[in-house]
Write a new protein. Sequence first.
Length: 111
Amino acid sequence: MAKLVRSKKAGETAIDLALSQVKSSSDSLVTSKDVQGITRSAASEALATLAKQNVLVRVGLGLYHLPKDTLLGKSKASQLSIFEKTFTGKFRPTITTHTNILLTSPAELLP
């Protein structure tokens, strides 16, 4: 695995690179896999540092949410989007899994 996918701009740190990619991403949930141009371990450390600086919110192991300002305050990651980001491609859902998702209270799904 190559350590650098592309060269970084002069003076740009892993944290700067991760933050710019997170902000330009259409998805508000990110993992170290989503950060391109640096190694996964550097991306993990950069995301953890951004969470310590209260720029990102850690919602799971290695999973971070970029809150957006709304009329009702800061946005929160929905449980369904966390579930999808965490388990996409990792297992084949059964009918029980789908039933549990459908039976979840709508209030629990709201950000």
